[in-house]
Design a protein around this ligand. Structure first.
Ligand code: NFS
Length: 654
């Protein structure tokens, strides 16, 4: 029995249902094992939180001053200050969006300042992304003259920093360089061109604090402005900076899933989002003396596995096997075989450390923003990188030394591995499929009916990974090509959908394309910031077709939204005219409406009719040519996506 939320028209699963329905057998085994070991995971804590707060779920709780908290009810339709439910709901949404924006901005900051550190000769790392440096230099109109690679990269880094920090009203440079002309005109007419990440965060907090803006439409405009800053300063900024630093990924074949861990090896997991320190740690792990040390302790070798977006990025670039995502991080610790987890920033849940203590796993933190009591802490700071090499060596050595402390009575690694092809960049997708003109022909002919980018987190509100996998299988049957990133990509990788053999699951059209071009039907394009790769693909294809993106058969799908970062992901695509399908009713973006009990006029019970109608109805559609659908049941969600793509094709006469 799950948990029923009648006012949301939805149910949430309990632990039994998750154990029965989650698609990865490795996960099923580990949920049972961890329970048998007497330990708890998020599933137990989710049960303890039931029922979740109705005001929180609808977004009608206001905590933006110290007079409250205020809750909207029929008896109290306004907060103490007079704030309406529309203002409260939109303010909660924008505050969630800008928290995500701040997280990605911090990520961008670390990578960009690493480039600057290399250019200044302070960091013992080499820039591997020559191709991206020269492309950006040209696109940004830089005078290359006789500048070397590092100087040019430093000039680009300065521009990326400006887009993070600009305080005056000048336009954002990356937006000017990469956004489609039709969109720039639309955004200008709407008055929502952003200045920078920092400015829009400041303005959003300012507008929503006590006694500030009471016009929900003005706050909605700031939300759109902030979403554009999110897209062009932090997503593009992080993704391009990572490509400058580490190179543009190329497709590679590898294996993934929990079975990549080996009982007789040192197992090191890398976790987080900004893999600069990890790059160095990998170098140290490969030193003969570290490999010998592992053997001295009785291990046959060292396995490195990836979690979350650091895992997705290392998988893309080096084929380092990925294991799992944000809600799998406890399950993998439950194997009892993980000697050490090296974490950088974001999406590292406290529950992982609690379980790590139960299974004797060493945690090492490498970012000053992400401290965990009881962990070894060796932070990387690109502006003070003097100890990088020495710290990376200590991390590699500490991780190997943890092997000798492992409690061997608790080890059980699911013997499940999956083949996968990863490393799809914007360039490798377009080249492999014969160029954007050819992809357009494949779309027009209907061999590929449309492209959906299916991405995002996991949520305890859905059966773990079930929505991701179920939706994508239905899309493949309908000849819809899928790109994926982040935690969703781990679900799809482990389910074998990023493997060439998955073409067997496709409709005739997509199957023939996958076989002809030698691609899997689901293209894993990296971490969440690499959603820019899918967005660039959409922008270029629309341009090639001579159409606006809003008219193209594309969709953004976030089946299991979780982190605050995910709000801006969907909005980034929405701003470009790509409709969203999100998988769970939440205040962000809109709850599924249920008619109010006894209402004679069809009034719906939802956080705010105006906000729900704006994002899920004609408001966003009229302004941006796109809207947000909310559907928690994956079979129904797949129907909506197919319907949306069919309508776009009809509109194009395809
Ligand atoms: Ni994305 Fe990466 Fe996962 Fe969600 Fe977290 S790992 S940046 S936020 S939870 S997909």
């Amino acid at each position: 029995m799950g948990y029923t939320y009648s006012y949301l028209n939805a149910e949430m699963p309990d632990k039994d249902e998750v154990t029965r329905k989650t698609p990865n057998d490795a996960t099923k085994q580990l949920i049972k094992k961890i329970s048998q070991d007497g330990n708890e995971t998020y599933l137990d804590r989710f049960a303890a939180q039931q029922p979740q707060c109705a005001f929180g779920l609808k977004g009608t709780c206001c905590r933006m001053c110290q007079w409250g908290p205020c809750r909207i009810t029929e008896k109290s339709p306004r907060g103490i200050c007079g704030r309406s439910q529309d203002e409260i709901v939109i303010s909660n949404i924008i505050r969630s969006l800008i928290s995500g924006l701040a997280a990605h901005a911090r990520h961008a900051h670390e990578i960009i300042y690493t480039i600057k550190g290399i250019a200044a000769g302070k960091l013992n790392l080499k820039l591997k992304g020559e191709k991206r440096v020269y492309e950006l230099a040209e696109k940004l109109g830089l005078n290359t003259g006789d500048k070397g690679l590092e100087e040019l990269a430093d000039n680009i880094a300065d521009i990326l920093v400006e887009d993070l920090n600009r305080m005056n009203a000048d336009n954002m440079t990356l937006l000017e360089a990469y956004a489609p002309e039709e969109r720039k005109r639309t955004w200008k007419e709407l008055g929502i061109l952003p200045r920078s990440a920092s400015y829009e965060i400041m303005e959003a907090l300012h507008m929503t604090t006590l006694g500030s803006c009471t016009d929900w439409k003005a706050i909605a405009s700031q939300e759109k402005r902030s979403a554009l800053a999110y897209c062009y300063s932090t997503l593009f900024g992080s993704s391009f900076a990572s490509e400058i630093l580490f190179g543009i990924p190329e497709p590679n074949e590898t294996i993934v899933n929990y079975g990549v861990l080996k009982e007789d090896h040192v197992n090191i997991l890398v976790h987080g989002h900004s893999p600069v320190m990890i790059e160095k740690v990998l170098e140290k792990i490969n030193l003969p003396e570290i490999q010998d040390l592992a053997k001295e302790y009785g291990a046959k070798g060292i396995v490195v596995g990836g979690l979350c977006c650091t895992g997705a990025e290392l998988l893309a670039r080096y084929g380092i096997p990925s294991v799992t995502n944000i809600l799998g991080q406890e399950f993998v610790i439950g194997t009892g075989a993980v000697d050490c987890v090296v974490v950088d920033m974001q999406c590292v849940i406290p529950g992982m450390k609690i379980l790590a203590d139960c299974y004797g796993t060493q945690i090492i933190t490498t970012c000053n923003s992400n401290r965990i009591p009881g962990a070894v802490h060796l932070p990387f700071d690109p502006e003070k990188p003097e100890t990088l090499d020495a710290d990376a060596y200590i991390i590699a050595k500490t991780a190997v030394e943890a092997y000798k402390n492992r409690d061997r009575s608790k080890i059980s690694i699911p013997d499940i591995t999956t083949k996968a092809v990863s490393g799809w960049s914007y360039e490798s997708i377009t080249q492999t499929l014969g160029g954007t003109d050819n992809i357009l022909k494949l779309l027009e002919s209907g061999r590929i009916k449309g492209i959906a980018t299916v991405v995002g987190c996991n949520t305890p509100k859905a059966v773990y990974e079930y929505n991701h996998v179920t939706i994508v299988k239905k899309l493949l049957e309908a000849d819809i090509l899928v790109t994926t990133t982040g935690c969703c990509s781990h679900a799809l990788l482990n389910a074998g959908l990023c493997n060439k053999e998955a073409s067997e699951l496709c409709g005739e059209g997509l199957k023939s394309v996958a076989e002809e071009y030698g691609i899997p039907p689901v293209l894993a394009v990296g971490g969440c910031v690499d959603n820019t790769r899918s967005l660039r693909l959409f922008i270029t294809l629309a341009n090639e077709a001579g159409k606006a993106i809003k008219d193209m058969p594309f969709m953004f799908v976030g089946p299991e939204p979780g982190n605050e970062k995910t709000v801006g992901q969907g909005l980034s695509f929405l701003m470009h005219g790509v409709s969203n399908l999100v998988g769970f009713p939440a205040p962000i973006p809109v709850p599924i409406p249920k008619p109010k009990e006894g209402a004679v006029d069809g009034e719906m019970d939802r956080g705010s009719n105006n906000i729900a109608d704006y994002f899920g109805g004609n408001g966003a559609l009229e302004e941006l040519g796109a809207k947000i659908y909310t559907e928690p049941y994956p079979e129904a969600a797949a129907q909506i996506i197919k319907m949306h793509i069919k309508r776009k094709r009809n509109g194009l006469g395809w």
